[in-house]
Design a protein around this ligand. Structure first.
Ligand code: DUC
Ligand code: ZN
Ligand code: ZN
Length: 481
């Protein structure tokens, strides 16, 4: 019998049914067999190690202009190289509409850049900022039909949409069968609090956390859940950071609202103390929403473990700690002049493996679900996130015993600092395979810019539940939509 193209020999293989000692064979980029004594033209010895599905990071900002008009430090090449070295083989980043730009042109622009630079598989959430462009409705429906299944909206910042615009987008996305993702924080509460802090001279990075009241998240999450219920429109609530936010999502789900939620590595593992470092140093950790308190971390972990929070993303949003990024407005800028975001594509999986597998918050199956299986299922990434016959051969060999302490600047992205400096993890992704090709071996990146492919998405587990509000149902019945 012809040997398979590649066999990963003798690892502890995490399948959706459980962990088994087996070989995993790959032919033509897909998993062709899982069993014993499989023969491959190329072999990777996985004995004593774990074989897990490649990570799926469903929320990363790559080669994107920020709301402040600042370009990310990472392009598709550097971001995806960094992701691969951290065990991630699929990323969903954003195609962000500039005001006045058509949706088609937005997607074409990002798709061309990703096709040239991305070394791992990828898809886009289409960020909508301007409904007034010509052809908006037709483009939106056509793009969703073409496989750009999810859109993203903001309730705040200079790209935030009004409630009326959010409702209109939800109606149009519902008609097209897509998914709406939301950055949900109350704009008025943030704006008012920020203005008062700044007027009082309270303008250091640590004040950034106070400028994002917890209730801003709670109010906007609650509102978005109610909008989702009104239409029976599936909504993904991005980066939940507070215990109360977890409660809002839990209650909405219990009512039967079609809502799903994510949190991010930094909300699970950091508190707002990171913003209190000497001088302007805290700027390195500034993101929105901000890191919160230890009690929030506990509630977020509980949300992950009970399924209220479906998945954990990085929200990779890279800016250098210099005049090209965080310090664009000077050496000691006020917090409102500092770009928000921190890098996370490369560190998400080792940090979560350490917390969930090594230290036991959810175990191996919880880790695989939160970081690969659920992101793939929820967002309709067919063939991703699980080790099963016929699935894409995106595989990571983990050494569960390897200890690494992060250094000051040891990541392969283009950020120049590691926000996890000094943090020790146990468990490390040593070999990474994308569609049957080794893209990381022994810490060396072997992937190719342009070697990843775009993944069309036509559905997913985040679906309407069949119970719209009577008012919406009436409008539909009357043909008024
Ligand atoms: N917050 C976001 O929502 N996105 C990117 C960066 C950030 O801090
Ligand atoms: Zn956001
Ligand atoms: Zn984000």
């Amino acid at each position: 019998m012809m040997p398979h193209d590649l066999v990963l020999k003798g690892g502890q293989v995490a399948t959706p049914e459980g962990v088994i000692l087996a070989d995993v064979a790959v032919t033509d980029g897909r998993i062709a067999a899982i069993g014993l004594d499989l023969d491959g033209a190329e072999q990777i010895d996985a004995s004593g190690r774990l074989v897990l599905p490649g990570g799926v990071d469903p929320h990363a900002h790559i080669e994107q202009m920020s709301g402040m008009g600042l370009m990310n430090a990472d392009d598709f090449e550097s971001a995806t190289r960094s992701a691969a070295l951290g065990g991630t083989t699929t990323v969903i980043s954003f195609a962000a509409q500039a005001k006045g730009q058509s949706l088609r042109a937005t997607i074409a622009d990002y798709a061309a850049r990703a096709a040239r630079g991305a070394s791992i598989d990828h898809a886009f959430h289409l960020t909508i900022t301007d409904l007034s462009v010509p052809g908006f409705a037709g483009d939106l429906a056509a793009l969703i039909a073409a496989g750009h299944h999810s859109v993203k909206l903001f309730t705040t910042y200079n790209i935030g949409l009004t409630d009326a615009a959010i409702l209109e987008v939800m109606a149009q996305v519902k008609a097209a069968g897509g998914l709406v993702c939301v950055h949900a924080e109350n704009d008025g509460l943030i704006g008012w609090t920020k203005a008062k802090l700044l007027a009082a001279g309270l303008d250091r990075p640590e004040h950034h956390a106070l400028s994002h009241p917890r209730l801003a998240e709670v109010e906007a999450l609650e509102r978005m859940c109610r909008f989702a219920e009104f239409f029976d429109q599936p909504v993904m609530l991005f980066h939940i950071s507070t215990a109360e936010g977890v409660g809002v999502v839990r209650a909405a789900k219990a009512r039967g609202a079609p809502v799903w939620a994510e949190t991010c590595t930094h909300y699970l593992l950091q508190t707002a103390e990171v913003l209190q470092r000497q001088g302007v140093e805290g700027a390195k950790w500034m993101c929105s929403p901000p890191q919160r308190a230890q009690a929030d971390q506990e509630a977020l972990w509980d949300g992950v473990q009970t399924g209220v929070i479906a998945l954990v993303s990085s929200d990779h949003a890279p800016y250098r700690f210099d005049a090209s990024g965080k310090l664009l407005a000077g050496e000691a800028p006020a917090f409102d002049k500092i770009a928000n975001g921190l890098p996370g594509l490369e560190t998400r999986l080792p940090l979560l493996f350490d917390a969930m597998v090594t230290k036991g918050r959810g175990g191996l199956s919880g880790f695989v679900k939160a970081t690969a299986e659920h992101p793939a299922e929820v967002y309709g990434l067919a063939g991703k996130g699980r080790i099963a016959l016929g699935a894409d051969a995106d595989l990571v060999v983990w050494n569960p015993a390897r200890q690494v302490t992060y250094g000051a600047d040891d990541l392969a992205d283009n950020v120049g600092y590691n926000p996890w400096e000094g943090h020790q993890v146990t468990g490390w992704p040593e070999e990474v395979v994308l569609a049957g090709k080794t893209i990381v071996r022994g810490g060396a990146f072997l992937g190719q810019p342009g070697g990843g492919k775009w993944l069309p998405r036509f559905g997913g587990a985040a679906r309407a539940l069949g119970n719209p509000s009577p008012e919406y149902a009436y409008l539909q019945h009357k043909g008024a939509l």
